[in-house]
Design a protein around this ligand. Structure first.
Ligand code: GDP
Ligand code: IMO
Ligand code: MG
Length: 423
C-alpha cells in the first residue's frame, strides 16, 4: 500500500491540521515526520477548537494510529501539556499513539540556546518560535542529541548532564541578556519525561514497513511549509528541518518509490509569521482585512501573521519541489467582499521579468508583477458543494489550476471540519 503526503506549500499555517483531521477517516496511520512544537495545527469540530503542536492531527479519530516519526523533535514538557488537553476530551491517546525511538528530544537548554542565539542576532533575528528547534536539530546533525530510545537506557541522565553542561557554556558565550532558572526547568522536564515514558516507543520504520506490507494506508503529516524548508526555503529565515516531500522519506523511513499522492495545501492568499522576505506582503487595508477576517495570529506564539496576495511564483516552486499531485485551497472565505484580487505571476528581478524563484527574494531585488482578478461578494462559509461557487471564485480557481498545472481538489471555506468542499 502506498503512502500519501500532506504538506504546506507556503510559510506554514496553511490549514494542515484541519485537512489531516478531515482526511483521517481514509487512513489507518497518520504520521508526523518533521518539526516539533514550533508547529501549531488547528482543528475545529463540534464547536470546539483544538491546537496540536507535536501530536499528529488524526488523534481525534478512533480509527487511526498516530505516529510521531523519527524526524520529529519532541519537547516532553509541551508534549505533556498536549496530552493533558487530550485527556480533557477523553481521548485514549495511550492506545492510539506511538513514538519513534529515533525521535530527538528538545532539552530545556535547547530552548535557552534558541533564546540566546536570537537575542544575539538583534535585527537579523529569525523570528523563531523559541521552542528550541534549531539547537535540537543542530545536536542531531552534530551527533550529540538525546533520542527517545535513550530514555530506555540506564545512563541517559549522565548523557543529559554532559550535554546540558555544554549547553550552559554555550549560553554564556552568547552573553545574551536572558534570565532563567535551569533547576526549575529541569524539574518540570524530568516530570514530563516520566509521563512520556508511559507511552509506547517503537522502531517506527519497522512498524511502517509492516503496515505497508499489510496493506494499511498511511498519511504523512507535514509541519511548517515549503518556504520554511532548511534547503529550499528563504534561508536563513527558515526552520531547521526538511519540510518538503523528501523530509517524509527521511523523517519516517518511507522509500520515495512508495509515495503516491502528494497533497499540497495553500491559502487563497499568503501569510508569514516571523522575519524574512515576503514579496507580496501588504501594508494596506487589503492586508489588514486578511489578517482580521482570517484571524491571522500564530497558533503557537499568538504573534500577528504578516499577510499578502497569493504568490504563484513561490507556489509553483513549492509544487515542483514537492511533486504535488493534488492541491487544496484554504480560506477562500476570507477574501469575500474584496473588490479586486491580485495574484503575483512573475517577479521583476534586477530589471528583468522572471517567473521562477531566484536565490534572493529580498525586497530590493524582487518586485511582484500582478494579474488582477475580480473578487466575489458572496459569503462562502455556508457553501457545501462546488455547484454553489460564485463565478468569480470559479475563475480564480481555474486560473490557479492553469498556472500551477495541478488540480485543486479541496476548497476550504471555514475552519470547521464540515466547511470542506471536495471537487
Ligand atoms: P496549520 O499550521 O497548517 O495546521 O494551520 P494553523 O492551524 O496554524 O492555521 C490555520 C488557521 O486557519 C486556523 O485557525 C484554522 O482554524 C483556520 N482555518 C483553516 N481553514 C480555514 C478556512 O478555510 N477558512 C477560515 N476562515 N479559516 C480556516
Ligand atoms: P505550522 O506547522 C508558521 C517559523 C517561525 C520563524 C521560523 C523559524 O503551524 O505551519 P523555528 O521555531 O522553527 O526556529 O522558527 O519558522 N515557523 C512557522 N511559521 N507555521 C509554523 O508551523 C512554523 N514553525 C516555524 O515563525 O519564522
Ligand atoms: Mg500553524
Amino acid at each position: 500500500m502506498a503512502v500519501d503526503l500532506l504538506l504546506g506549500l507556503q510559510w506554514g499555517d496553511e490549514g494542515k491540521g484541519k485537512i489531516v483531521d478531515v482526511l483521517t477517516k481514509n487512513y489507518d496511520v497518520i504520521a508526523r515526520f518533521q518539526g516539533g512544537p514550533n508547529a501549531g495545527h488547528t482543528l475545529e469540530f463540534d464547536g470546539i477548537k483544538h491546537v496540536l503542536h507535536t501530536i499528529p492531527s488524526g488523534i481525534f479519530h478512533d480509527s487511526a494510529i498516530n505516529l510521531v516519526g523519527n524526524g520529529v523533535v519532541i519537547d516532553p514538557v509541551i508534549f505533556r501539556r498536549e496530552l493533558d488537553n487530550l485527556s480533557k476530551f477523553n481521548i485514549d491517546y495511550k492506545s492510539k499513539m506511538l513514538i519513534s525511538r529515533k525521535a530527538h528530544l528538545i532539552l530545556p537548554t535547547h530552548r535557552l540556546l534558541d533564546a540566546a542565539s536570537e537575542a544575539s542576532k538583534g535585527k537579523a533575528k529569525i523570528g523563531s518560535t523559541l521552542k528550541g528547534i534549531g539547537p535540537t536539530y543542530m545536536d542531531k546533525t552534530g551527533r550529540n542529541g538525546i533520542r527517545v530510545g535513550d530514555l530506555e537506557m540506564d545512563n541517559w541522565k549522565e548523557k543529559y548532564r554532559a550535554l546540558a553542561n555544554k549547553h550552559e557554556a554555550m549560553i554564556d558565550f552568547y552573553k545574551a541578556d536572558i534570565q532563567y532558572n535551569l533547576a526549575e526547568m529541569e524539574t518540570e522536564f524530568f516530570a514530563a519525561i516520566k509521563v512520556l515514558k508511559e507511552l509506547t516507543f517503537i522502531d517506527s520504520e519497522e512498524y511502517l514497513f509492516r503496515a505497508q506490507a499489510e496493506g494499511k494506508s498511511i498519511l504523512a503529516e507535514g509541519a511548517q511549509g515549503s518556504l520554511l524548508d532548511i534547503d529550499f526555503g528563504t534561508y536563513p529565515y527558515v526552520t531547521s528541518s526538511n519540510t518538503t516531500a523528501a523530509g517524509a522519506c527521511t523523517g519516517l523511513g518511507v522509500a520515495p518509490s512508495k509515495i503516491k499522492e502528494v497533497f499540497g495545501i495553500f491559502k487563497a492568499y499568503t501569510t508569514r509569521v516571523g522575519s524574512g522576505p515576503f514579496p507580496t506582503e501588504l501594508f494596506d487595508s487589503y492586508g489588514e482585512t486578511m489578517g482580521r477576517v482570517g484571524n491571522e495570529f500564530g497558533a503557537t506564539t499568538g504573534r500577528p501573521r504578516r499577510c499578502g496576495w497569493l504568490d504563484l511564483v513561490a507556489l509553483k516552486y513549492a509544487v515542483r519541489v514537492n511533486g504535488v499531485t493534488q492541491l487544496m485551497m484554504m480560506k477562500g472565505d476570507v477574501l469575500s467582499g474584496f473588490d479586486k484580487l491580485k495574484v503575483c505571476t512573475a517577479y521583476e528581478y534586477k530589471g528583468e521579468r522572471i517567473s521562477h524563484l531566484p536565490y534572493n527574494i529580498e525586497a530590493e531585488n524582487v518586485k511582484p508583477i500582478y494579474t488582477e482578478m475580480k473578487g466575489w461578494d458572496e459569503d462562502l462559509t455556508k457553501l457545501r458543494d462546488p455547484s454553489e461557487f460564485p463565478a468569480a471564485l470559479n475563475d480564480y480557481i481555474d486560473f490557479l489550476e492553469k498556472e500551477l498545472e495541478v488540480p485543486i481538489k479541496i476548497v476550504s471555506v471555514g475552519p470547521d471540519r464540515t466547511q470542506t468542499i471536495h471537487r
